[in-house]
Design a protein around this ligand. Structure first.
Ligand code: C2E
Ligand code: MG
Ligand code: MG
Ligand code: MG
Length: 289
């Protein structure tokens, strides 16, 4: 009830809420320290062509190994970073590491980097991206920016302009977690996406035919194809799912079946072999530094 009354209301402060608040505060402080000490790192998960199973890219994913609490999920600390103004710094670090790594991979292997809506709406974002590419001399079309539907919540006149300027720069744009946000198909009319990433919630437990996930994925693929966009299915863990996804004509796949996110050096080896890491391979177990 106190929560509903808004921030700074202490009238009904309960012990459980107190520990929640201090926990959140501690996480924020620890994250600030980790960012300052450069304690975050980036891992890279293979993205594979559905037909050939060749590796065509990697998604960069940020990691934080808390000294006392172990690995903390980005789902958790990214939202903290967004709230307390650390996301810009973290985002620039991830972008820099990702572009630097991609430069070491074959020319036909891309890197995909997640952009928080807050980063996207930062007026400096296009310059930041352009400068990073320039600094590492990476061709713009080897960078794919993953953007979620959250970007359209804060839609402003600058949103269209940012899309246009990123496009002009030559980077690729992917719509991440498609179908899980505040979906409106309206933005697909104008936003220049090259790819739709089909969220894992539709991919998990996908069966051959006849279930709802199957119908939804089929509709997304048809939509993407009609609009000239690629598709990537996320969260593929089993051979059955892979076969079902393939049969639906999804262009690229990503999931634990082809490898968990890998440390940079391992991703580099995989990039040069260009062959997906087989299931059960030692490299498939996510490693920490
Ligand atoms: P996302 O961008 O949708 O990333 C895909 C997530 O699915 C990753 O989780 C990845 O490890 C996980 N995943 C991939 N294949 C499978 C699978 O087969 N099964 C299962 N169960 N999971 C799979 P992760 O790394 O924990 O990241 C979670 C989310 O945190 C990301 O979702 C993204 O929204 C955010 N995130 C991660 N790194 C960054 C970053 O550098 N910047 C920003 N802004 N957000 C990030
Ligand atoms: Mg993503
Ligand atoms: Mg996603
Ligand atoms: Mg996600």
């Amino acid at each position: 009830a106190a929560k509903a009354a808004g921030r700074g209301c202490h009238a009904f402060f309960e012990p459980s809420m107190h520990s929640e608040a201090t926990d959140r505060q501690r996480l924020e402080n620890d994250l600030r320290g980790a960012v300052e000490r450069n304690d975050l790192h980036v891992v890279f998960q293979p993205i594979v062509r559905a037909a050939s199973e060749n590796v065509c890219g990697f998604e960069a994913l940020v990691r934080w190994d808390h000294p006392a609490r172990g690995a903390i999920s980005p789902e958790k600390f990214i939202s903290v970073a967004e709230e307390c103004g650390l996301i810009g710094k973290i985002g620039e670090f991830v972008l820099d590491r990702s572009v630097e790594q991609a430069k070491l991979w074959p020319e036909n292997v891309r890197v995909a980097v997640n952009l928080s809506p807050i980063q996207f709406n930062d007026p400096r974002i296009v310059d930041i991206v352009a400068n990073t590419l320039e600094r590492h001399k990476l061709r713009a079309d080897r960078l794919e920016l993953e953007i979620t539907e959250g970007v359209f919540l804060a839609e402003s006149e600058e949103t269209d302009d940012t899309f246009a300027r990123l496009k002009e720069l030559g980077v690729r744009l992917a719509l991440d977690d498609f179908g899980t946000g505040y979906s409106s198909l309206g933005y697909l009319k104008t936003a220049p996406f090259d790819k739709i990433k089909i969220d894992q919630s539709f991919v998990k437990g996908l069966r051959e035919t006849g279930d709802r996930n199957h119908a939804i994925v089929r509709a997304i693929v048809t939509l993407a194809e009609s609009l000239g966009m690629d598709t990537t299915a996320e969260g593929i863990e089993t051979h059955d799912t892979l076969e079902a996804i393939r049969a639906l004509g999804v262009s690229q796949v990503q999931g634990f079946i082809f490898g968990k996110p890998l440390p940079a050096e391992e991703a580099e080896r995989v990039a040069h072999r260009q062959i997906a890491v087989p299931e059960g391979h030692a490299a498939n177990r996510e490693k920490r530094h």
